[in-house]
Ligand binder design. Structure first.
Ligand SMILES: C[S@@+](CC[C@H](N)C(=O)[O-])C[C@H]1O[C@@H](n2cnc3c(N)ncnc32)[C@H](O)[C@@H]1O
Length: 180
């Protein structure tokens, strides 16, 4: 019986890890000092809505709600991390201001709500998202991408994370409406 359960858990874990490897961005949580730098660089204000595409365990939107009084929307494709993020938001007492949605970020229809969009993904994922960001974000929205720049866009500002890696800030009103 125990061996059967062990084998089942092993197979499920292998399938989960294998499926994760097919994603454009693997899970790698941002350290909490860098999370704060990202949100400071974006100048998040009370009542603004911060969207994290690929939110992992929700740490960015939860910190935005706790420290900055913002609203957060985390979009995550992995159901296990969605559950974890919802539990953390609840534990942190910010469930009323943080929504964690189990969605594919390429298809999510919520960017019109954003004041700030946070990305910590991959060069491929940033490239695939650029057209969507240009079409759906309002002028004035700030995009902050940790580690990976946006293709062909000149950042308005570049911060440095505690890790030494760059944090790129882009303001939508100043963006060319094309991707080079
Ligand atoms: C590098 S992690 C960043 C996690 C979090 N934003 C942070 O900074 O701690 C990238 C996350 O994107 C998620 N992801 C990858 N492809 C996705 C997709 N198509 N839709 C939604 N989430 C996705 C992964 O599951 C992973 O949790």
């Amino acid at each position: 019986m125990l061996i059967g359960v062990g084998i089942c858990l092993g197979v499920l874990t292998a399938l989960w890890v294998g499926w994760n490897l097919t994603l454009d961005a693997l899970w790698q949580p941002t350290d909490l000092a860098t999370v704060r730098r990202i949100l400071f660089l974006a100048q998040v204000k009370q009542g603004e809505t911060v969207v994290d595409l690929g939110c992992g365990d929700g740490r960015i939107v939860i910190t935005a709600a706790r420290m900055f009084g913002a609203r957060g929307i985390g979009v995550e494709i992995d159901p296990a991390r969605v559950l974890w993020a919802r539990a953390w938001a609840s534990f942190a007492g910010v469930s009323s201001r943080v929504r964690i949605l189990r969605k594919d970020m390429y298809k999510a229809d919520l960017l019109h709500e954003a004041d700030v969009v946070v990305l910590f993904l991959s060069p491929d994922a940033n490239y695939k998202l650029q057209d969507k960001l240009l079409r759906e974000l309002r002028p004035g929205v700030r995009i902050v991408s940790y580690y990976h720049p946006m293709w062909g866009w000149e950042p308005n500002e570049i911060g440095v994370a505690k890790t030494g890696y760059p944090i790129y800030l882009y303001r939508m009103s100043e963006r060319e409406q094309t991707i080079e």
